[in-house]
Ligand binder design. Structure first.
Ligand SMILES: [Zn+2]
Ligand SMILES: [Zn+2]
Length: 314
Protein backbone atom coordinates (compact mmCIF):
# COMPACT_ATOMS: atom_id res chain seq x y z
CA UNK A 1 0.00 0.00 0.00
CA UNK A 2 1.24 3.41 -0.90
CA UNK A 3 2.39 5.43 2.11
CA UNK A 4 1.05 8.60 0.59
CA UNK A 5 -2.49 7.31 0.39
CA UNK A 6 -2.78 4.74 3.13
CA UNK A 7 -3.43 7.00 6.10
CA UNK A 8 -6.57 8.85 6.95
CA UNK A 9 -5.13 10.10 10.17
CA UNK A 10 -4.56 13.75 10.65
CA UNK A 11 -2.50 15.00 13.53
CA UNK A 12 -1.92 18.63 14.17
CA UNK A 13 1.57 19.30 15.38
CA UNK A 14 0.19 22.14 17.42
CA UNK A 15 -1.24 19.52 19.79
CA UNK A 16 2.25 18.52 20.79
CA UNK A 17 3.88 20.45 23.54
CA UNK A 18 7.43 19.64 22.51
CA UNK A 19 7.20 21.77 19.40
CA UNK A 20 6.29 25.41 19.67
CA UNK A 21 4.66 26.60 16.53
CA UNK A 22 3.74 30.17 15.96
CA UNK A 23 1.04 30.49 13.39
CA UNK A 24 2.22 34.06 12.88
CA UNK A 25 5.31 32.65 11.21
CA UNK A 26 3.51 31.14 8.23
CA UNK A 27 5.87 30.76 5.32
CA UNK A 28 3.95 32.73 2.72
CA UNK A 29 4.39 35.96 4.71
CA UNK A 30 5.69 38.77 2.58
CA UNK A 31 8.41 39.73 5.01
CA UNK A 32 10.06 38.53 8.19
CA UNK A 33 10.11 40.50 11.39
CA UNK A 34 13.64 39.47 12.34
CA UNK A 35 16.52 38.58 10.03
CA UNK A 36 17.49 34.97 10.51
CA UNK A 37 20.99 35.90 11.65
CA UNK A 38 19.47 38.03 14.44
CA UNK A 39 17.43 35.21 15.94
CA UNK A 40 18.60 34.31 19.47
CA UNK A 41 20.81 31.32 20.16
CA UNK A 42 19.09 28.10 21.28
CA UNK A 43 21.65 27.28 23.95
CA UNK A 44 20.98 23.54 24.47
CA UNK A 45 21.43 22.96 20.72
CA UNK A 46 24.48 25.24 20.66
CA UNK A 47 26.12 23.23 23.45
CA UNK A 48 25.44 19.93 21.67
CA UNK A 49 26.82 21.22 18.37
CA UNK A 50 29.86 22.65 20.17
CA UNK A 51 30.52 19.31 21.89
CA UNK A 52 30.38 17.50 18.55
CA UNK A 53 33.07 19.86 17.23
CA UNK A 54 35.33 19.38 20.25
CA UNK A 55 34.94 15.78 21.42
CA UNK A 56 36.40 14.16 18.25
CA UNK A 57 39.74 15.86 19.09
CA UNK A 58 40.20 13.18 21.78
CA UNK A 59 40.89 10.59 19.04
CA UNK A 60 44.44 11.97 19.05
CA UNK A 61 44.91 11.01 22.70
CA UNK A 62 43.78 7.39 22.74
CA UNK A 63 44.61 4.34 20.67
CA UNK A 64 41.92 3.55 18.09
CA UNK A 65 41.78 -0.06 16.79
CA UNK A 66 41.43 -0.39 13.01
CA UNK A 67 38.00 -2.02 13.24
CA UNK A 68 36.63 1.10 14.99
CA UNK A 69 37.64 3.19 11.96
CA UNK A 70 35.84 0.71 9.69
CA UNK A 71 32.66 0.88 11.79
CA UNK A 72 32.88 4.69 11.93
CA UNK A 73 33.29 4.95 8.16
CA UNK A 74 30.41 2.58 7.44
CA UNK A 75 28.12 4.34 9.93
CA UNK A 76 29.04 7.64 8.27
CA UNK A 77 28.36 6.45 4.70
CA UNK A 78 25.10 4.70 5.61
CA UNK A 79 23.79 7.80 7.37
CA UNK A 80 24.98 10.04 4.53
CA UNK A 81 22.80 8.02 2.17
CA UNK A 82 19.85 8.38 4.58
CA UNK A 83 20.35 12.16 4.59
CA UNK A 84 20.38 12.41 0.79
CA UNK A 85 17.81 9.78 -0.09
CA UNK A 86 15.42 10.01 2.85
CA UNK A 87 15.53 13.39 4.64
CA UNK A 88 16.08 15.15 1.34
CA UNK A 89 14.80 13.36 -1.76
CA UNK A 90 11.93 11.48 -0.11
CA UNK A 91 10.61 13.47 2.85
CA UNK A 92 11.42 16.95 1.54
CA UNK A 93 10.69 16.41 -2.17
CA UNK A 94 8.61 13.21 -2.34
CA UNK A 95 10.59 12.21 -5.44
CA UNK A 96 9.54 8.55 -5.21
CA UNK A 97 6.90 6.47 -3.49
CA UNK A 98 7.17 3.59 -1.09
CA UNK A 99 5.25 1.57 1.48
CA UNK A 100 4.30 3.03 4.82
CA UNK A 101 6.59 0.54 6.57
CA UNK A 102 9.63 1.48 4.50
CA UNK A 103 8.74 5.14 4.94
CA UNK A 104 9.05 4.68 8.70
CA UNK A 105 12.31 2.77 8.25
CA UNK A 106 13.65 5.73 6.24
CA UNK A 107 12.55 8.12 8.98
CA UNK A 108 14.34 6.01 11.60
CA UNK A 109 17.52 5.95 9.52
CA UNK A 110 17.31 9.70 8.95
CA UNK A 111 17.09 10.64 12.62
CA UNK A 112 20.21 8.56 13.29
CA UNK A 113 22.10 11.41 11.63
CA UNK A 114 21.20 13.48 14.72
CA UNK A 115 19.79 16.33 12.64
CA UNK A 116 16.31 16.39 14.14
CA UNK A 117 13.02 14.82 13.13
CA UNK A 118 12.08 14.37 9.48
CA UNK A 119 9.15 16.80 9.79
CA UNK A 120 11.32 19.69 10.95
CA UNK A 121 14.06 18.84 8.41
CA UNK A 122 11.58 18.67 5.52
CA UNK A 123 9.77 21.84 6.56
CA UNK A 124 12.98 23.84 6.79
CA UNK A 125 14.28 22.44 3.50
CA UNK A 126 11.05 23.20 1.63
CA UNK A 127 11.30 26.74 2.98
CA UNK A 128 14.87 26.89 1.65
CA UNK A 129 13.66 26.09 -1.86
CA UNK A 130 10.80 28.56 -1.63
CA UNK A 131 12.92 31.47 -0.43
CA UNK A 132 16.34 30.43 -1.64
CA UNK A 133 18.96 33.17 -1.33
CA UNK A 134 16.47 35.76 -0.09
CA UNK A 135 16.26 37.25 3.40
CA UNK A 136 13.72 34.58 4.29
CA UNK A 137 16.14 31.75 3.46
CA UNK A 138 17.39 30.25 6.73
CA UNK A 139 20.87 29.58 5.45
CA UNK A 140 21.82 31.71 2.50
CA UNK A 141 25.56 32.46 2.30
CA UNK A 142 24.74 35.25 -0.16
CA UNK A 143 22.48 37.08 2.33
CA UNK A 144 23.90 36.05 5.70
CA UNK A 145 27.51 35.07 5.00
CA UNK A 146 29.35 31.76 5.01
CA UNK A 147 29.55 31.05 8.75
CA UNK A 148 25.87 31.77 9.30
CA UNK A 149 24.84 29.59 6.34
CA UNK A 150 27.14 26.75 7.36
CA UNK A 151 26.71 26.33 11.11
CA UNK A 152 25.29 29.31 13.00
CA UNK A 153 21.76 28.96 11.57
CA UNK A 154 21.61 25.50 13.14
CA UNK A 155 21.99 26.80 16.68
CA UNK A 156 19.44 29.62 16.48
CA UNK A 157 15.89 29.43 17.81
CA UNK A 158 13.47 28.57 15.05
CA UNK A 159 9.86 27.54 15.53
CA UNK A 160 9.13 25.81 12.29
CA UNK A 161 5.71 25.97 10.72
CA UNK A 162 3.91 22.78 9.77
CA UNK A 163 1.81 24.35 7.01
CA UNK A 164 4.20 23.16 4.30
CA UNK A 165 4.40 19.55 5.50
CA UNK A 166 0.73 18.55 5.78
CA UNK A 167 1.47 15.55 3.56
CA UNK A 168 3.80 14.24 6.30
CA UNK A 169 2.05 15.24 9.53
CA UNK A 170 -0.90 12.96 8.73
CA UNK A 171 1.26 9.98 9.63
CA UNK A 172 1.07 9.49 13.43
CA UNK A 173 4.26 7.46 13.52
CA UNK A 174 6.25 10.33 11.96
CA UNK A 175 4.80 12.77 14.49
CA UNK A 176 5.66 10.32 17.27
CA UNK A 177 9.23 9.99 15.99
CA UNK A 178 9.50 13.78 15.85
CA UNK A 179 9.16 13.78 19.63
CA UNK A 180 11.69 11.00 20.17
CA UNK A 181 14.14 11.74 17.37
CA UNK A 182 17.19 11.63 19.67
CA UNK A 183 16.40 8.19 21.07
CA UNK A 184 17.69 5.98 18.18
CA UNK A 185 21.04 7.82 18.18
CA UNK A 186 21.38 7.57 21.96
CA UNK A 187 20.70 3.83 21.78
CA UNK A 188 23.34 3.37 19.06
CA UNK A 189 25.85 5.52 20.98
CA UNK A 190 25.27 3.42 24.10
CA UNK A 191 25.70 0.19 22.13
CA UNK A 192 28.92 1.50 20.61
CA UNK A 193 30.25 2.29 24.08
CA UNK A 194 29.29 -1.15 25.41
CA UNK A 195 30.84 -2.96 22.42
CA UNK A 196 33.95 -0.89 21.76
CA UNK A 197 34.39 1.49 24.72
CA UNK A 198 35.67 5.04 24.23
CA UNK A 199 37.45 4.35 20.90
CA UNK A 200 34.26 3.20 19.16
CA UNK A 201 32.16 5.90 20.79
CA UNK A 202 34.61 8.61 19.72
CA UNK A 203 35.17 7.46 16.13
CA UNK A 204 31.95 5.56 15.40
CA UNK A 205 29.53 8.06 16.87
CA UNK A 206 31.11 11.47 17.54
CA UNK A 207 33.64 11.85 14.72
CA UNK A 208 31.40 10.28 12.05
CA UNK A 209 28.45 12.45 13.13
CA UNK A 210 30.56 15.62 13.08
CA UNK A 211 31.81 14.90 9.55
CA UNK A 212 28.24 14.06 8.54
CA UNK A 213 27.13 17.45 9.88
CA UNK A 214 29.72 19.32 7.84
CA UNK A 215 28.91 17.38 4.68
CA UNK A 216 25.21 18.24 5.06
CA UNK A 217 25.87 21.88 5.94
CA UNK A 218 28.29 22.29 3.03
CA UNK A 219 25.45 21.88 0.56
CA UNK A 220 23.81 24.95 2.10
CA UNK A 221 26.98 27.01 2.29
CA UNK A 222 29.64 25.90 -0.23
CA UNK A 223 27.16 24.73 -2.86
CA UNK A 224 25.60 28.19 -3.00
CA UNK A 225 29.01 29.81 -3.57
CA UNK A 226 31.50 27.53 -5.34
CA UNK A 227 30.85 25.56 -8.50
CA UNK A 228 29.28 25.92 -11.91
CA UNK A 229 25.86 27.10 -12.99
CA UNK A 230 24.10 25.12 -15.71
CA UNK A 231 20.54 26.29 -15.18
CA UNK A 232 19.35 29.88 -14.73
CA UNK A 233 17.75 29.45 -11.32
CA UNK A 234 16.65 32.46 -9.26
CA UNK A 235 19.23 31.59 -6.60
CA UNK A 236 23.00 31.09 -6.43
CA UNK A 237 22.97 27.28 -6.31
CA UNK A 238 25.97 25.60 -7.90
CA UNK A 239 26.96 22.23 -9.29
CA UNK A 240 30.04 21.13 -7.39
CA UNK A 241 31.73 17.95 -8.58
CA UNK A 242 33.81 17.40 -5.44
CA UNK A 243 30.87 17.77 -3.07
CA UNK A 244 28.73 15.64 -5.37
CA UNK A 245 31.23 12.84 -4.74
CA UNK A 246 31.58 13.57 -1.02
CA UNK A 247 27.81 13.70 -0.43
CA UNK A 248 26.72 10.83 -2.70
CA UNK A 249 25.19 13.15 -5.28
CA UNK A 250 23.83 16.11 -3.33
CA UNK A 251 26.48 18.40 -4.79
CA UNK A 252 24.64 18.72 -8.12
CA UNK A 253 22.80 21.49 -6.39
CA UNK A 254 22.12 23.81 -9.32
CA UNK A 255 20.51 20.91 -11.18
CA UNK A 256 18.49 20.18 -8.07
CA UNK A 257 17.31 23.75 -7.56
CA UNK A 258 16.21 23.90 -11.19
CA UNK A 259 14.19 20.68 -11.02
CA UNK A 260 13.81 19.76 -7.32
CA UNK A 261 11.16 17.06 -7.67
CA UNK A 262 13.53 14.68 -9.49
CA UNK A 263 14.96 11.75 -7.53
CA UNK A 264 18.06 12.29 -9.63
CA UNK A 265 20.43 15.17 -8.90
CA UNK A 266 23.14 14.22 -11.42
CA UNK A 267 21.17 14.88 -14.60
CA UNK A 268 23.65 13.35 -17.08
CA UNK A 269 25.43 10.00 -17.14
CA UNK A 270 28.74 11.60 -16.28
CA UNK A 271 27.35 13.34 -13.18
CA UNK A 272 27.94 10.71 -10.52
CA UNK A 273 24.94 10.44 -8.21
CA UNK A 274 25.32 7.46 -5.90
CA UNK A 275 22.10 8.20 -3.99
CA UNK A 276 20.18 7.93 -7.25
CA UNK A 277 21.87 4.61 -8.06
CA UNK A 278 20.75 3.30 -4.65
CA UNK A 279 17.19 4.49 -5.38
CA UNK A 280 17.34 2.60 -8.71
CA UNK A 281 18.38 -0.59 -6.87
CA UNK A 282 15.51 -0.12 -4.39
CA UNK A 283 13.19 0.30 -7.37
CA UNK A 284 14.48 -2.91 -8.98
CA UNK A 285 13.82 -4.72 -5.70
CA UNK A 286 10.26 -3.36 -5.64
CA UNK A 287 10.83 -1.44 -2.41
CA UNK A 288 10.21 1.98 -3.99
CA UNK A 289 8.31 2.98 -7.12
CA UNK A 290 7.13 5.96 -9.17
CA UNK A 291 10.67 7.34 -9.10
CA UNK A 292 10.56 10.81 -10.62
CA UNK A 293 13.18 11.48 -13.24
CA UNK A 294 14.26 14.60 -15.10
CA UNK A 295 12.02 15.26 -18.12
CA UNK A 296 13.80 15.15 -21.48
CA UNK A 297 12.69 18.70 -22.25
CA UNK A 298 14.85 19.85 -19.34
CA UNK A 299 17.83 17.79 -20.45
CA UNK A 300 17.51 18.84 -24.08
CA UNK A 301 17.11 22.54 -23.49
CA UNK A 302 20.12 23.68 -25.45
CA UNK A 303 19.60 27.29 -24.47
CA UNK A 304 20.19 26.40 -20.82
CA UNK A 305 23.68 25.18 -21.68
CA UNK A 306 24.23 28.42 -23.57
CA UNK A 307 23.07 30.47 -20.61
CA UNK A 308 25.25 28.40 -18.27
CA UNK A 309 28.23 29.13 -20.48
CA UNK A 310 27.38 32.82 -20.45
CA UNK A 311 27.09 32.89 -16.67
CA UNK A 312 30.40 31.07 -16.17
CA UNK A 313 32.17 33.55 -18.43
CA UNK A 314 30.90 36.56 -16.47
ZN1 LIG B 1 20.12 25.13 -1.90
ZN1 LIG C 1 16.12 20.09 -2.02
Amino acid sequence: MDAATSSNHSIELTNLTFIRIRSKMNFPNDDIAVSHNKRPIEWPIAVVIFLFQVIPIFIFFIEIPAWCWVVGFLFFVIRLSFVGICYHRYFSHRSFKTSRLFQFFMALGSVLSFQGGVLRWASMHRAHHKFSDTKKDLHSPIIYGFLESHILWVIRKYDFDDSNIKDLTRFPELVWLERLWMLPSLIVATLFFIIGGWPLLLVGFFLSTTILYHMTWSINSIDHIFGTTRFPTKDHSKNNFIFALLTLGEGWHNNHHYYPSSARNGFYWYEIDISFYIICVLKMLGIVWDVKNVPTYVLEKKEFKQIAGDMKSQ
